[in-house]
Design a protein around this ligand. Structure first.
Ligand SMILES: Cc1ncc(COP(=O)(O)O)c(C=O)c1O
Length: 454
C-alpha cells in the first residue's frame, strides 16, 4: 500500500518555474491597449509592474530560474505534502486511487504565497517599497501581506466590502503582518468614489477592488501593483506545485489519469496542471479537469473574447473566457472563484481541447467537502472543495464504468476562516443560484464593442 503522505526533502524544492507558453500548440493572443487596440508593450505596463515580471509575462523560455532569496522563503513551508486519500477512497467505496497535493500548509493557508513572495521580491529589487492589491475572501491579501512582511515592504489591500465585514479575522491576519486594509469600494480612489456615488451600499466585487488597487499603484512611483491570479507570470510562479507533485507521484509509483483543480482566475489549477500538461503535449494521456462554480461559470458558459480584467475598465484587454467585466456573481461562499474571467493561458488550453471544464452547485460541493473532512480530517477552503467534488465525481463515474483511475487533485487551501460557510451548509441555508442565460447575455452586451480575438 502507498504511504499516506509522500514528502520531499527541502533539497527537492524546484529551482526553476515551468513556462507552458513555450510548449503550447497555440500561443495566447496578445493583450491589447484599450485606447489603441494595439498589443501592449513593456512600457505600458511599467508603471504597474516591475520589469522582471513584465519580461516573464511575455517570455517564451521553457524554464525560468527561481531567485535564491525567493526559494529561501518558500522553504518555510515547501515542498508541500502529497497525500494518498486512502480514507476518502474507503468512504466512497471506490476502486480508483485518489491523491491530493496540499497547499494549505503555507502560513497564509493557501497556494497564494508562492507568487506573492516572488512578486514582492522583484518589486523590492526594482526599488519600489510599497505594493497595492485587491482581495476577495482575503486569501490573496493575506498571502501578499505575509510576503511584504517577510521582505520588508509596505502593503495596501483593497478588500471587497462584503468579505471585509464577513471575514474580520482574515483582515486581522493581514494587519498582524503589517498590511493596511480598507473596505472596497472606498473613498480613497476615484474608482471607489464613483461606485459609492451610484450605490452607497455597494457590497463591492473583485472587479471593483482591482480598479482601486490599479489606480492606487498607477498614481504612486513608490508602489507596484500585485495580482494574485490570471496573469502569465502568476501562473508561472505556481508551477512549483505541479513539479513537486510529479516527483511525489513518481515516489508513490503512480501517474495520474486525471488531474483536477478549481478555477477562479486559474492560478492553483495552472500550478498543479501545467507540468502535467507538458507531459500531455509530449504524448501522455491525461484528462485535465477544471472545476468552477455554477454561479460563475466562466469556462463552461462564457465565450472566448477580449475583455477588461476589472469593472472600472482600467486594465488592458485580455483574451480569455469571460462573463463580461460588469458581471457580478451571486454571493456564493467560494469568494475566490467569483471572478468574471479566467487566465488567458488556461482559456487558450480549453479552446485547444487540452483542458476541459465542469461547473458545480455549492450544495453538492459542500456535501463533498464534508465527506472529505469526515475521512481525511482537513477542512477545505470552499474554493478547493470544488476540486474535491470533481475528484469524487470522477471516482464515482469510473466505478460506474467499471474502470480504475488514478486521480490527482489540488487542495489549494484550508477553510479555517470559512466556518460561517460550513455553518450555513450544515444548517441547510445554502442557496444554489441558478444563473439564467438572459443574465449572461445582458452582461456580455458590455463587451460587444470591444475587439474580437482573431
Ligand atoms: C484556497 C483558494 N483556492 C483557489 C482560489 C482561486 O484562485 P485561483 O483560481 O487563482 O487559484 C482562491 C482564491 O482566492 C483560494 O483562496
Amino acid at each position: 500500500m502507498t504511504e499516506t503522505k509522500v514528502l520531499l526533502p527541502e533539497s527537492a524544492l524546484p529551482a526553476r518555474w515551468y513556462n507552458i507558453a513555450a510548449d503550447m500548440p497555440n500561443r495566447p493572443q496578445p493583450v491589447l491597449h484599450p485606447g489603441t487596440g494595439q498589443p501592449v508593450g513593456p512600457d505600458d505596463l511599467a508603471p504597474l509592474f516591475p520589469m522582471e515580471l513584465i519580461l516573464q509575462e511575455v517570455s517564451d523560455t521553457h524554464e525560468i530560474p527561481i531567485p535564491e532569496p525567493v526559494r529561501e522563503i518558500l522553504r518555510l513551508w515547501r515542498p508541500t505534502p502529497l497525500f494518498r486519500a486512502h480514507r476518502l477512497e474507503q468512504s466512497l467505496g471506490t476502486r480508483s486511487r485518489i491523491f491530493y497535493k496540499y497547499e494549505g500548509v503555507s502560513p497564509a493557508g493557501s497556494h497564494k504565497p508562492n507568487t506573492a513572495v516572488a512578486q514582492a521580491y522583484y518589486s523590492k529589487q526594482e526599488g519600489r517599497d510599497r505594493l497595492a492589491t485587491e482581495t476577495g475572501a482575503g486569501q490573496w491579501g493575506s498571502a501578499l501581506a505575509l510576503a511584504c512582511r517577510l521582505l520588508g515592504l509596505e502593503c495596501k489591500v483593497y478588500m471587497v466590502k462584503v468579505s471585509y465585514h464577513q471575514k474580520p479575522y482574515r483582515r486581522s491576519m493581514m494587519e498582524a503582518w503589517g498590511a493596511s486594509v480598507v473596505a472596497s469600494p472606498s473613498e480613497e480612489t476615484e474608482a471607489g468614489r464613483a461606485i459609492l456615488e451610484g450605490n452607497p451600499d455597494s457590497p463591492g466585487s473583485l472587479g471593483i477592488a482591482i480598479s482601486e488597487a490599479v489606480e492606487d499603484a498607477a498614481g504612486r512611483g513608490d508602489t507596484a501593483y500585485a495580482l494574485g491570479s490570471v496573469l502569465n507570470h502568476v501562473l508561472l510562479h505556481q508551477t512549483v506545485i505541479g513539479q513537486e507533485a510529479l516527483a511525489q507521484m513518481e515516489l508513490a509509483g503512480a501517474f495520474p489519469d486525471v488531474v483536477i483543480g478549481c478555477v477562479g482566475g486559474g492560478s492553483n489549477f495552472a500550478g498543479l496542471a501545467f507540468p502535467f500538461i507538458r507531459e500531455k503535449i509530449a504524448g501522455k494521456e491525461i484528462d485535465v479537469l477544471a472545476c468552477e462554480p455554477a454561479a460563475c461559470p466562466t469556462l463552461t458558459r462564457g465565450p472566448f473574447a477580449y475583455d477588461f480584467g476589472d469593472t472600472g475598465q482600467l486594465t488592458p484587454l485580455v483574451p480569455m473566457h469571460t462573463l463580461g467585466h460588469d458581471f457580478v456573481p451571486a454571493g456564493i461562499h467560494a469568494g475566490g472563484l467569483r471572478y468574471h474571467g479566467v487566465a488567458p493561458l488556461i482559456s487558450q488550453l480549453v479552446l485547444d481541447g487540452l483542458v476541459r471544464a465542469e461547473a458545480y452547485g455549492q450544495n453538492e460541493v459542500f456535501a463533498s467537502a464534508v465527506t472529505f473532512t469526515g475521512s481525511e480530517g482537513i477542512i477545505p477552503a470552499p474554493e478547493s472543495a470544488h476540486a474535491i467534488h470533481g475528484a469524487v465525481m470522477t471516482a464515482l463515474a469510473a466505478d460506474e464504468e467499471g474502470v480504475e483511475r488514478t486521480i490527482l487533485f489540488n487542495l489549494s487551501g484550508h477553510g479555517h476562516f470559512d466556518m460561517a460557510a460550513y455553518d450555513d451548509y450544515l444548517a441547510g441555508n445554502l442557496e444554489d443560484f441558478a444563473l439564467p442565460e438572459d443574465e449572461i447575455q445582458r452582461a456580455l452586451a458590455a463587451i460587444e464593442p470591444l475587439p474580437k480575438p482573431a
